[in-house]
Unconditional design. Structure first.
Lengths: 403, 365, 403, 365
């Protein structure tokens, strides 16, 4: 990487390391979620004060006006220490930038500042029970109240991350059910404290509940909160999803590092010999290393392309497909190698520290943000030019698609 | 023995499935996940009431004297509902150890109770990654046991355990009553709490040496028998998850059609069907070969394909369900968890691979 | 199995073993294909004389009138010794029985007798270049010559096994291109020596050429050679394919037995120790054994079901999918374990004796008789009741399907 | 070193691809399959004429002094056409051995000839399954070699070989001219005959000991360098097979649509794309790290992912093609064969897995 980025990274590292005691992994151990959120807000404020939030946003949006490479350099340092930044990832990643882009102005600037300080949180209300992968199949409706000019929203969103703590959200709704499915959608921002909005956390198998069901019951949204044209919601939604395309990635698929597997297989035995001497274990270590090393090289190449001003392709699909699937299998095998001790489960350990936790949370990782099948379609269609799947609902008015 | 079920066997299977469907519930299983060392009382009562606890025990010892095939069918039905207690399998293992190596007194003391379910049995051979330790850390000296057996399935509730310990002249199998001073069972958090897994600590507890000349071989024989029962349970779970995925794929719509119309979903379920059928064939073949020279080999093969099937199908079924599949509410995670606890409890895959290859190669390698 | 079948098997084994010297694997070594075919005809005649051909055919078709179980028992004994029976498998398996069924009579009886003696060979002309898996997409046409009442056939068939040695064949052709694809087909038998029939062997990658292209250039077929109704050809073709559903199978996927792998890994080394002590090798042996043992049990169950008078399901699809795919991978690994000696290739060795030959021929095995994808569809649709694939050509007149 | 190609490197790749497409043909390759020990003269002439033989050799030794990245790009282009001679890779290995361990005289005698392609080099370390035998059966005594090196790639045509032999005080690397009395090369039938594989038999042949202090380590270093070149060749072949499958899937119709519209085909090709991209990334990363501490690790990783990619993609591509894919005429089998010969020649997968784990574990296990 360029010397400028490396210098920036060094400065960032020094600052980040000075914050570990107050905000790092150990400081969070044992906190209630409310206390952890409060700590998170302080961490966000500290980053903002130190000039490390919104690194790649334009200055007139309240950002630092630096490049994506600066942001990624900071995030690579930040990610190492388990800071409480989860609550703000969606908020600052997509909803706030899209609103800034479509409705610049004082009110929005004030919201962005509050969000950057961690005082306010935004969520993204896209998915619905009727279709996780099929965004355009959504059914939540908005009807125009001719008298007031407001839109009246009814329906249900699902998988809305951090909705339970959100002050605002962006939402796609169906405003014309007689149009084809992609064409009858419109995009708004919405006040999550408005009457008729009900948030209900969804408990996941592994116990976390950062995702929610959100019910809309005659919720009134002024037309001034519309982003883009009536019927243009699908386009704005796609624009939203592409804002934050490059994030710091993890070749270990957000599971434990391979080194942990190596260390453990040195310490455990198979038939009286260190497990690492067993060919089955060696095969898995070597294959995993080769995969992770390639993922890291691809990521490095992406950064270099960005630095060279090139627009990189959809490598993210490859990364997620491969790394999370591999993590799931390796986690299972690591549990096997512990023998009966593989049954132990410590709720407190993170998915990067515990194979059992990593295994337990892997299914969520494989589904969230694009299931394997969708990622394969992305690769096949966007990169290789293979045909789209047959879609019987194509060109059919939404309200005439059989359910 | 044949490998087609006869009418009586089919009736046992149907009846077990019917009763278990009526008496078990995902809600209760999820409550058990949130406690440590507790089991589903209603399920265990059913096992006793239906006589399932006595299936593998001869009539003269208080059982009903049926075989592995019948027990396997019940285990398959149990696997389908991911039932909330491991005692049927662990008790079977304990009973088999007593049948093979116990003297008349031991048989009389324990077999009728195990057959009726009044007593809960457990097997405690493993120490960490070593399923059958060549030199167990648990020691038996002058009829007294000292040391720890970690992570014993059913250990939190069991009344009696068969342990592999180091005696004065090498490894021995011993029977130890667990409700005595000098024994403590420490249940701990697992990802599948109704297995009642516990560390058993012995501090000079009374134990009876069983008459197994080659204790390691005897332990393996018992594990093999248990493995066949477990393989049926795994097949039951895998088959249930495969069918759940199939049913979901037939109703869930996306992009204007049921998702079962997408080959990525359709072929994945077909591959899962194949894994289930291979595992089912091996499980039944193993049960049917009890007592023959081929049994040990068949048991290992059954264990391997059943573990692969249940792990894979539960992974795939969750994937086919998408977001709904990873919710607490969906119950799919009950099988995800059970697939792993069954995969580990009686020896994970590398252990059985080694057993099988040793058998096939004609000598320990 | 029943004592009757076992007794039959014992008798058959004795007879089969008495024939090894004259017809077995070693007797065939080094023969030209012409000489091997001649030996094959004699082997077929010997079986016929001894009452071991057409075991499960009705007596009035020239068979022995016994059950499928008798036939399978004989075949399990026969398959062990590498007899030259390949040339007659298709002929007696499908074409001759279907003609006997649809056109019983003296002429057909005479043909069947000649085929059973090995004097005549029949082939099955179904597949075409335009569609291996999509039988109903065939394009070879037959037009009725109103004057003579004969059909004039033009087009090309492909993958026709042993066409180069065939005297007769059964063929499906399109007689009505304006009908939907399944409905415009008609079924005939055809004289392979008729004017306008040209057979050209297709060389496969592994060198064999038992399959052929067959060209039809104004070939005249009398209407008396029609089997079934005009337009009913697809049904007769399906009937043909289901005649010979159960064949002796091989859990090793018609590759080397697992025991060969075990023996070799005892004899070769990895890092100075017998390869069989290496966990990677052990994993493959154990998993392969488990799979093969299950396949054998399933086959055994199928036989028992047949014996019990039950109609077994499409287990054949499972068998082929799993066993041949596994054989391909195991063969590759066996080659790897030989190190640089894995490069050696002996054309003379069979695919059951040589890992390299097994690997080289595995792709053909995975495609012939149903590619993996078709087998998965069979399992998904026929067994699990999942929906058929989207088929844009459904219900469309054949000549309006875009190509 | 960077891991994005610069313009000059891109030009080398484009030019190599263009020339090779013009000068090679599947027909000629298939003729070579039917002979033993012959190679594609036109291809080898092209290598010499284009200076590819000298890429990895310094200018002062008669080469053109470019690096692994450039040689890798040429190898990738060669892999795409499954070209009919292994000499570019084997000669590179021999030259690297001489560069690292040869004295001035040896360098002067061989490097210019290897750089011009006048001499063909080969590497002969392996003995059967053992890629780097700890105690080679080939013996070097008083400057004379005796014994056999089996299955040496390029051995049927090579002028000089680097061998690993047992010297008086343990293993040594030695250089032996092959066109002398006392050496015979016996080409034999392989499934990929243009590799010119031969057993080399030495009967008192003159040989020069190379100054490698740790011969086994030196042999591994040379194999690692060769492995990176080969990884590029494998990536070239895998990528070609992936694209061939893609193109076929876009044109071949079945059931009324192009087969690329079926997810079973579409996702298979997408998975193959992933394997190719992983392998490509590792190959380039390894080439770019030549001379650094990470090189050995990167080379092993590159070798592993390239072998997996080429084997898998050629298997899958054939499968996507259906019947046409298994015909002699289709040329796909040229890649099927090449995938395997490249997988084996420089050490099969288990060998490289062990190398990599030893490096990662910090000590030989």
């Amino acid at each position: 990487m360029s010397p400028e980025i490396e210098a920036y990274r060094d400065t960032a590292r020094t600052w980040v390391e000075s914050q570990i005691a107050e905000f790092g992994r150990d400081a969070r151990k044992g906190l209630s979620e409310a206390d952890d959120l409060a700590l998170g807000r302080r961490w966000q404020a500290a980053k903002q004060a130190a000039g490390y939030s919104a690194i790649s946003w334009p200055k007139d949006h309240g950002g630092q006006g630096l490049t994506l490479l600066h942001r990624l350099a900071f995030e690579q340092e930040e990610i190492k220490h388990g800071f409480p930044n989860d609550y703000f990832g969606v908020s600052l990643g997509m909803p706030v930038p899209i609103v800034l882009r479509h409705q610049p102005g004082d009110w929005t600037r004030a919201r962005a500042e509050a969000a950057l300080r961690g005082d306010e949180i935004w969520c993204q209300l896209f998915s619905e029970p009727s279709g996780g992968s099929d965004l355009a199949g959504l059914r939540t409706s908005a009807k125009l109240d001719e008298a007031s000019g407001d839109w009246i929203v009814n329906g249900q969103k699902l998988w809305t991350t951090w909705a339970q703590y959100s002050d605002y959200g962006v939402i796609v709704v169906r405003t014309d059910p007689s149009a084809q499915k992609h064409k009858g959608l419109t995009y708004f921002w919405v006040d999550m404290k408005a009457p008729g909005v009900t948030v209900r956390p969804v408990r996941l198998a592994e116990g976390r509940s950062e995702v929610n069901e959100v019910f809309f019951d005659d919720v009134r949204i002024p037309d001034s909160q519309r982003l883009g044209a009536v019927g243009g919601g699908f386009g704005v939604a796609m624009e939203t999803l592409t804002i934050e395309r490059y994030q710091a990635t993890d070749p270990a698929g957000f599971g434990p590092p391979l080194q942990l597997f190596i260390d453990e297989t040195k310490a455990t035995q198979i038939k009286g010999k260190p497990a690492i001497e067993d060919g089955r274990v060696r095969e898995r270590i070597a294959r995993t290393y080769a995969m992770q090393s390639a993922m890291a090289a691809i990521y490095q190449r992406t950064l270099l392309s960005l630095a060279a001003g090139l627009q990189p392709g959809p490598e993210g699909a490859v990364h997620k497909l491969v790394s999370v699937r591999a993590r799931q299998k390796l986690s299972e095998y690591a549990m096997d190698l512990q023998g009966v001790n593989g049954l132990r489960y410590d709720e407190e350990l993170s998915r990067k520290e515990s194979w059992a936790k990593s295994w337990m949370t892997a299914p969520t990782g494989r589904i969230a943000g694009g299931a394997d099948e969708m990622l394969l379609n992305t690769i096949a269609e966007k990169i290789l030019g293979l045909p789209q799947d047959h879609r019987p609902d194509k060109g059919v008015p939404f309200n005439q698609i059989p359910r | 023995m044949t490998i087609l079920y006869d009418e009586q066997q089919q009736a046992i299977a149907d009846e077990a499935g019917r009763i278990l469907a009526a008496r078990t519930s995902g809600e209760r299983l999820k409550q058990l996940l949130e406690t440590t060392g507790a089991h589903d009382e209603a399920f265990w009562e059913t096992c006793k009431e239906q006589g399932w606890t006595g299936i593998g025990i001869p009539e003269e010892d208080g059982g009903i004297g049926l075989g592995l095939i019948e027990l396997g069918l019940v285990a398959e039905a149990i696997g389908a509902v991911a039932a909330g207690a491991p005692f049927l399998g662990t008790g079977f293992g304990a009973a088999q150890a007593i049948l093979a190596h116990g003297d008349a007194e031991t048989r009389a003391a324990w077999l009728p109770k195990l057959a009726s379910g009044e007593a809960i049995g457990a097997i405690a051979f493993a120490e960490g990654a070593d399923m059958i330790p060549a030199a167990p850390a648990l020691r038996l000296t002058n009829g007294r046991l000292s040391g720890v057996k970690p992570a014993v399935a059913g250990g939190a509730s069991a009344d009696v355990a068969i342990v592999l310990a180091s005696g004065e002249h090498g490894p021995v199998l011993a029977l130890v009553a667990l409700k005595q001073d000098g024994v403590s069972a420490q249940a701990f958090e697992t990802f599948d709490n109704s297995r009642c897994t516990a560390d058993l600590t012995f501090d000079g507890a009374d134990a009876v040496t069983l008459g197994a000349a080659d204790a390691a071989q005897a332990a393996l024989d018992i594990l093999s028998l248990q493995a066949v029962v477990t393989a049926h349970e795994q097949v039951g779970g895998a088959s249930k998850m495969m069918n759940t995925a199939r049913d979901y794929a037939l109703t869930r719509q996306a992009f204007g059609q049921v998702i079962g119309g997408f080959q990525s979903v359709k072929h994945r379920i077909a591959e899962d069907y194949v894994l289930v059928e291979l595992a089912r064939a091996n499980a039944l073949q193993a049960a049917a070969s009890q007592g023959t020279e081929a049994f040990a080999r068949n048991a290992a093969a059954a264990r391997l394909s059943a573990t692969e099937a249940y792990d894979t199908v539960s992974r795939d079924s969750t994937q086919v369900h998408g977001g709904i599949g990873v919710t607490w509410e969906s119950d799919l995670h009950l099988h995800q968890r059970r697939a792993r606890s069954l995969a580990i409890e009686q020896g994970p895959t590398p252990f059985w691979e080694d057993i099988l290859v040793d058998l096939l190669a004609g000598e320990p390698a």
